[in-house]
Structure formats: structure tokens, C-alpha cells
Write a protein that binds this ligand. Structure first.
Ligand code: PRX
Length: 635
């Protein structure tokens, strides 16, 4: 009997128990039976929670792209690996077979090597959602370079911060990208970002929009002429199981973004296994995840997970609202999509529009629908379940993080009964626990606490690039011996988990993690600003929106406040990206602080939410009178 596929609820419990009691045997068998290795491991795993050191499949040798591509060529050479659905519905979709994917990745690999990229070098990829993004990413993995994909919605300064942090040698970008009715000049953003970087030797540029761009002599190259000359075969590099595969940046509650480092074999095994089970993937299914490859969801469940299973995965360049709000449903119908995976923020935005947009399409190809990135509220859950899933497709609410590499808690379709807003049960191998403030594990059911994981799993991040101490401090300090997720959760009477949201200073806006500190830093750069504090408040579509409290330097000055608001948002947009703009900005004369100088965000959050009912004990504040003033001035 194979361990790879969970068959029913009884089998799930059996597998789960096995994975907890005999984790070595469990993962040994899954890794052994489902992948191609150059050399097998000496040991399944080794770890030290205190030092945050984790190793999986020790001394095994493997290349993830051989598993994603080469090994399918015999059986699935003519099968479609990638369906590319362009932004403009009138531009023809592309069907890229496994054979073609092999050739393209081989050419890209040869070009990267010719340009001097070597094993262990960092390559920053800043591309729109086009097939070249997949080729470039997989080519890095094939030659052993470490890819760091940066979401092409990030600003020049966010891009340069990431390039500098990982000391990338090359940037791969395009002249521009299409998004709805806009064209974004990506190359000029890269040019601007590189003014502040000195490690980049080469910029490879894809032509997507025929835009005019500046090419810097000796640094910038169009990739197409190089690809035209390149061989279409390539021998994959032999990688150690623990060799780095990629760095992906995620916002922290403080300071600069964290470059989460993922390594090869554990990530491969876990993303393949979870893709198969969480989406009930069967041969010939067409799978579509609407995320961007610039986020972990795209890494694990547009590229690696599906390709490892020989699946057909859709890469969608556009947005849900272009040319109109039926785009998602039209694409599902057009490509007969079987599994559809998206974010609650998209669902909420589409649910607000006329039902006709979705009801025009039977959507009968769908088998499973999924949600990821933030808690899905009850209303959105039902709308998605009823109107997209037709009440017949299991809705998998998948909880996980950039740091976890793969899905951790989720229903398994046709196995785990779903319950609205609950991510339900942990996948085999995952041991979640709830912790109280005294760092004790909370036993039993119908309880809430801080969500931790008490045992390692194969795809966990291994470190924060260049700062292992920060990795320890962020994830392994708060609850010694356990991985702390930063989320709060509730466990119901049958043991189902519901994620209630962040318990740290990270705010999730439209599914994007935003740390308060980097945004406050951006605001404070405005010459008129003395200090600021950001909190989240509930928003119908975005889940959370940002509310900024700003203290100006010269009180009483009659500067135009609307202009100031615009300037502040422009600064945030330049420093981080438009996703981090504030919905509301209130100018205040002070911020509620404790005697040790810590901002009481809890109070600011309540005011932003318009909940003035009970501020708790404010007598310990340094300046309790400010609370009333802020409340009176609320927007
Ligand atoms: O707060 C949780 C929320 O998103 C955070 C992780 O964000 P990121 O690293 O960007 O990865 C997003 C995609 C995996 C988590 O700490 N989150 C993610 N999925 C869910 C969720 N919150 C509730 N329910 C979910 N299904």
C-alpha cells in the first residue's frame, strides 16, 4: 500500500498516527517511492530545535527539476505541463508540453551558465506571470543557482533591498508587464533599483510588451538572441538534499524583510505530497492557482507541487476584474479547470459584483476549490462554496506560510468533512499545538491560543538568509522547543483548527503580509512627520486595511492635510509598493504609550475599528488623555 495518497478518513487517521509515531519510516517511504534520486539518504532527518537546525534526507543527491520535468518525458512528453493564459483574452493561450518545457528550461539553463551563473549564486527574478518566469526559475534550480523571485508589484526600493540582502549576481526581468488595462514598465523599475545595488553583473531582459527600454552597455542583455543560440538539452546539476533552492522574502513585524531560505529535498517531497492530497490531484486534471509566482503559493503550488506530479498547471497573467468580473470563471470554463485555488480577498471582491458574472458559466469541470493567504470569513466561504463550487466541490481552506514551504492544515477533499472558516485538521507529519501566555501547551478542545508546531517537517525554512540569529529569535524563542507561527488559532470540539489571525505586528491586506515597522519607517521619512503608528482595521474586500496615526513635527501648521496624505502614501508606494498604501490617515498630537515607551496598538486598533466600548485599563499609560483626543478625531 502506498503512503502517497490518502484514501478516506480512516486512512487519514492511520497515516496521521503513523507520521507522528514513526516519522522516519513515514517520510522515508514517501521519498523513496515517488521521486528520482541520484543517491538516497543516510538518515531521514536530524534536528535541534533550540539552535533551529534542521536537515532532511541527509546526504541524498537530487535535482528538483529532473523530478519536475525529465522523469515525465517518457510517459508525458506530449502532455501539457503549462497552460499560459495571457492578460488579454484575445491573445491566444499557449499549451506548453513537458517536452517543450524541458527544452525551454534547458536553453535557459545554458544561457545562465554562459553568463557565468554558478551553483550557489543568487539570481533575482522580477518578471510578470509569463512562461519565462517558470523557465527562468526552474533553470536556476537546474544549475544549482538560488532563485529569489520578487513579486513584480514591488517598488524599486523594495527590489534593491532584496537584491542587496542576498547579494544577487543577476536580475532577470522583462521590458514590461500587462495587468488589466495597464502596462507596467518593469525594466525601468529595475534600472532605478540598480542605482542602489553593486552586486549585479548582468540583467537579462525578456521582451513581453515591446516597450522602449534603456539597455546599459556591458550589463543589460536581451535574452531571446541568447536563447536562440543555446542548446536545447542540459544535464541537471547534482544537488545535495540540503543545498539551497530558493530565497523568498516575507515581511517581518520589525526591520527589513526576512529572506526565508528553502532547501532542496525536503521541500520537493513535501510540496509534491501535499499537492497530490490537498487538491485530490489525478492524472489529466487541469489545475489553476491564481496566485503570483512571486509568493510562496506560486512557488509551491503553481510550479513545484504540480510539476512534480506531472500535472497541467495554469499560469495566468491577468487580474480577476479584466476585461470584466467574469474572467476567472471564463478561464475555468475555457480550460476545463478541475482544481481552482485562490485567495479570500479575490472571492470577496467578486462576490460584491453581480451573480450573473459567475452564473453565466456551468463550471462543471471543477472538482475541488481552495482558499489561501488569510482567514476566509463565513460569508465569503458560503459564496465560494455555493456559486463557484456548486455545493458539490469540497472547499479546502489551506493554512500555511512562506516559512512552512507547504500546506500545513487543510481539509483533504472527499476525506475530511469541511466546516466553514475552519482549516480543519493537520496534514500527516504536522503537529500543531496551542500555547498559552505562560508558554504551556493547552490541551483539550474548544480552546484558543498561539499556534505553534512542535515537530519539524520536511519543507520548513532552514534559516533567514544571512541572519540565523533572527531566525531563532523570530520563530523559536517565544515558545522554546517549538516553531511559533505568529498566528492565533482556535481548536473546536472535534479538534478542527480555525486560524483567527496574526498575533504579532504583521497585518494581512488582500492576502499580502505587511509589517507595521517598514511602513512606519517609510512614513517617518516625510520631512513633516515626527512619528507614526499603523494598525489594521476590518475591510469588506481586503480583509484588513491600514489606518495610520501620524504626528506632525510642527503642530498648528496649516499645511493642506489632503496633500500631506497623498505625499505620505506616495512615499509608502515608492518604498514598499502600492499594496502598502494607507486607507486612512489621522493626524494626532500624540500616541498612547506605556511608561516604557511602547505604543499601545491595542487601543489604536480599537479606535480604528470604531469600537470605543472598552479600552481596558489605560491608567498605566504615560499619556492617558491622548486616547480621548484620538477617539474624537477618528475619521
Ligand atoms: O496569518 C496566516 C495567513 O497568512 C500568513 C502567512 O502569509 P504568507 O507567508 O504570505 O503565506 C501566505 C500563503 C501561504 C499566515 O501566518 N494565512 C495563510 N493561510 C491562511 C491564513 N490565515 C487563515 N487561514 C488561512 N487559510
Amino acid at each position: 500500500m502506498s503512503y502517497y495518497k490518502i484514501k478516506d478518513l480512516e486512512n487519514y487517521f492511520k497515516m496521521y498516527k503513523k507520521s507522528v509515531r514513526e516519522p522516519r519510516k513515514f517520510w522515508d517511504r514517501i521519498a523513496d517511492e515517488n521521486f528520482t534520486w541520484y543517491q538516497k539518504w543516510d538518515k531521514v532527518f536530524d534536528f535541534d530545535m533550540e539552535k533551529a537546525e534542521f536537515k532532511w534526507f541527509l546526504n541524498a543527491k537530487v535535482n528538483i527539476t529532473k523530478n519536475c520535468i525529465d522523469r515525465h518525458l517518457n510517459k508525458r512528453g506530449y502532455k501539457t505541463a503549462i497552460i499560459f493564459e495571457p492578460n488579454n483574452p484575445n491573445e491566444e493561450a499557449q499549451h506548453i508540453t513537458y517536452e517543450e518545457l524541458y527544452k525551454n528550461v534547458a536553453k535557459w539553463s545554458n544561457v545562465l551558465e554562459e553568463q557565468g551563473v554558478k551553483k550557489g549564486d543568487r539570481v533575482c527574478i522580477y518578471l510578470p506571470m509569463i512562461p519565462e518566469l517558470a523557465y527562468a526559475t526552474l533553470a536556476c534550480a537546474r544549475i544549482g543557482a538560488i532563485h529569489s523571485v520578487v513579486f513584480a508589484g514591488f517598488s524599486a526600493s523594495a527590489l534593491s533591498a532584496r537584491i542587496n540582502d542576498c547579494e544577487a549576481k543577476m536580475v532577470i526581468t522583462s521590458d514590461g508587464g500587462y495587468r488589466g488595462n495597464k502596462t507596467i514598465d518593469l525594466k525601468s523599475i529595475v534600472d532605478e533599483s540598480l542605482e542602489k545595488c553593486n552586486t549585479i553583473e548582468t540583467v537579462l531582459t525578456v521582451n513581453r510588451t515591446n516597450s522602449s527600454v534603456t539597455m546599459k552597455e556591458g550589463r543589460d542583455l536581451w535574452v531571446q538572441p541568447l536563447l536562440d543560440k543555446a542548446q536545447d538539452n542540459h544535464v541537471a546539476a547534482i544537488m545535495d538534499a540540503e543545498d539551497p533552492l530558493f530565497i523568498l522574502y516575507t515581511s517581518g513585524s520589525t526591520g527589513k524583510p526576512k529572506g526565508m531560505l528553502h532547501t532542496t529535498a525536503g521541500y520537493m517531497v513535501y510540496t509534491a505530497y501535499t499537492f497530490k492530497n490537498v487538491f485530490n490531484y489525478e492524472e489529466n486534471d487541469v489545475y489553476w492557482c491564481t496566485a503570483d509566482i512571486g509568493w510562496i503559493t506560486g512557488h509551491s503550488y503553481i510550479l513545484y507541487g504540480p510539476l512534480l506530479n506531472g500535472a497541467t498547471t495554469v499560469i495566468f497573467e491577468g487580474v480577476p476584474s479584466y476585461p470584466d468580473f467574469s474572467r476567472f470563471w471564463e478561464v475555468i470554463e475555457k480550460h476545463k479547470v478541475n482544481q481552482f485555488y485562490t485567495a479570500p480577498t479575490a472571492i470577496r471582491a467578486l462576490a460584491k459584483e453581480s451573480l450573473d458574472y459567475v452564473q453565466k458559466f456551468p463550471l462543471s469541470s471543477l472538482k475541488v476549490i481552495g482558499s489561501v493567504g488569510e482567514p476566509i470569513n463565513e460569508e465569503a466561504w458560503h459564496w465560494y462554496n455555493d456559486h463557484v463550487g456548486g455545493k458539490r466541490c469540497p472547499l479546502v481552506d489551506t493554512w500555511w506560510q512562506t516559512e512552512t514551504g507547504g500546506i500545513m492544515i487543510s481539509p483533504i477533499p472527499f476525506v475530511t468533512p469541511t466546516k466553514p472558516t475552519y482549516a480543519s485538521l493537520p496534514l500527516p507529519g504536522i503537529q500543531p499545538v496551542l500555547m498559552d501566555e505562560l508558554r504551556n501547551e493547552i490541551e483539550g478542545n474548544q480552546v484558543t491560543g498561539a499556534l505553534c508546531v512542535k515537530f519539524p517537517w520536511p519543507s520548513m525554512a532552514r534559516t533567514i538568509w544571512g541572519d540565523h540569529q533572527r531566525y531563532i529569535d523570530t520563530y523559536f524563542k517565544a515558545f522554546p522547543g517549538k516553531y511559533f507561527t505568529g498566528d492565533g488559532a482556535l481548536r473546536d470540539e472535534v479538534g478542527y483548527y480555525r486560524i483567527t489571525g496574526r498575533v504579532d505586528d504583521v497585518i494581512i491586506v488582500s492576502g499580502h503580509n505587511l509589517g507595521t515597522a517598514p511602513i512606519e519607517d517609510a512614513i517617518n521619512e516625510h520631512p513633516a512627520v515626527a512619528e507614526s503608528a499603523i494598525v489594521g482595521f476590518p475591510h469588506d474586500i481586503k480583509g484588513n486595511a491600514l489606518y495610520g496615526y501620524v504626528i506632525l513635527k510642527e503642530t498648528g501648521e496649516s499645511r493642506n492635510q489632503d496633500n500631506l496624505r497623498k505625499e505620505i502614501n506616495q512615499l509608502i508606494s515608492d518604498q514598499i509598493g502600492p499594496i502598502a498604501k494607507l486607507d486612512k490617515i489621522q493626524f494626532v498630537s500624540g500616541l498612547p504609550k506605556t511608561r516604557s515607551g511602547k505604543i499601545m496598538r491595542r487601543i489604536l486598533r480599537k479606535i480604528a475599528e470604531g469600537d470605543f466600548s472598552n479600552f481596558g485599563d489605560i491608567s498605566t499609560l504615560l499619556n492617558p488623555e491622548i486616547v480621548e483626543e484620538i477617539k474624537d478625531g477618528k475619521l
